[in-house]
Design a protein around this ligand. Structure first.
Ligand SMILES: C[S@@+](CC[C@H](N)C(=O)[O-])C[C@H]1O[C@@H](n2cnc3c(N)ncnc32)[C@H](O)[C@@H]1O
Length: 141
């Protein structure tokens, strides 16, 4: 991990996620987490009393993410490997916040799949839960 990535994970990303309203103690789902670009700073924000569920269909990306979590001493990330199905085994009304960073776009999902994914996101969101979807490349973050 280079200096810039480490600074993002521990400082800049933490500030951004706090600014968008993520709080200590919350339970967050990072759907399509990849290698943890948002998962790791989210885990710092929610702290030991919170939890981040890192879901992806890419097992190698999840392994890389968990390696980073170990390096940072984070024990509040739960990896969730799926086969890409849009109906998950996650509990209903469970999450305070759901992140969909750089996921909810036509490269991965056609219109009908996006609708099904949003229904699933709604099912697992707690009361007042807020899905946050941003389609940006990392370079422009
Ligand atoms: C462009 S990457 C974004 C990763 C991360 N959110 C970020 O911003 O760095 C999109 C991720 O979504 C995952 N993904 C795409 N479709 C998925 C599906 N149906 N179920 C689970 N993960 C999916 C991909 O494996 C990939 O890791």
């Amino acid at each position: 991990m280079n200096y810039n990535e480490e600074k993002w994970m521990t400082v800049e990303g933490v500030e951004l996620l706090q600014e968008i309203g993520i709080k200590r103690g919350q339970v967050v789902l990072d759907f399509g987490c990849g290698t943890g670009y948002y998962t790791i700073p989210t885990a710092f924000v929610v702290g030991r009393s919170g939890r981040v569920y890192a879901l992806d269909k890419d097992g190698d990306a999840l392994d890389e993410l968990m390696e980073k979590a170990r390096k940072f001493g984070l024990s509040n990330i739960a990896p969730v490997k799926t086969s890409g199905e849009l109906k998950t085994n996650l509990e209903s009304n469970f999450f305070d916040v759901i992140l969909l960073y750089d996921v909810l776009h036509h490269y991965y999902f056609n219109r009908e799949e996006r609708e099904r994914l949003l229904k699933e996101i709604h099912r697992v969101s707690g009361e007042g839960g807020s899905p946050i979807s941003v389609s940006k490349t990392h370079e422009s973050n």
